[in-house]
Design a protein around this ligand. Sequence first.
Ligand code: HEC
Length: 176
Amino acid sequence: MIHLPDHLTEKQKQAYRQRWLNTISLIVRTVVGVFFAAVGLFIYAAFGPTMHSWFEGPEPIPVEEIQRRIAEKEADLDRVEDGIHLETGLIAAEGWETVRATCTACHSAKLVTQNKATRDGWEKMIRWMQETQGLWELGDQEAVILDYLAANYAPEESSRRANLDMDEIEWYILEL
Ligand code: HEC
């Protein structure tokens, strides 16, 4: 503590000390303030450019790019490879687009592609859906759809035994 002249009253000494303390306190606060400001400036100088990018978010996608992506997706929906329409799995034979438009409205095309039936059988399924599932009258399209289904999703004959080829058989004598 500083030494004060003795002729001062206790009250005056008190006032001096208080002022002295205030001055010290102001200096200390200024130094601390300048220090933190310097640290802040330093951090900004060092990392400022990268900090900007934290607040910018991703680059906006240009409209042309969005349109290109939509066109690509639409082209994908129509893609046919090896005679199979990729999106639905339907065989891309005559009439398939009518079947896609009509028969995938309520359920997956898998219900179609996993079934096999004669033209009669397909007609019965259509009648059943019309009677119980709200399938509408198909009009002219019915024949197109039935032709397509009968041609491409017919019951396989492979469960029947192949005809015997008499020349290929190796005959042998049965010994008794
Ligand atoms: C109005 C809606 C609707 C439309 C359109 C529709 N179906 Fe269906 N279909 C159904 C419903 C509902 C079922 C029963 C689904 C289930 O069992 O999960 C069904 C079931 C089927 C089944 C399975 C039948 C079975 O016995 O398991 C086949 C095959 C089928 N539909 C074929 C077709 C074909 C081919 C077309 C186009 C002509 C078509 N569907 C259009 C509603 C519809």
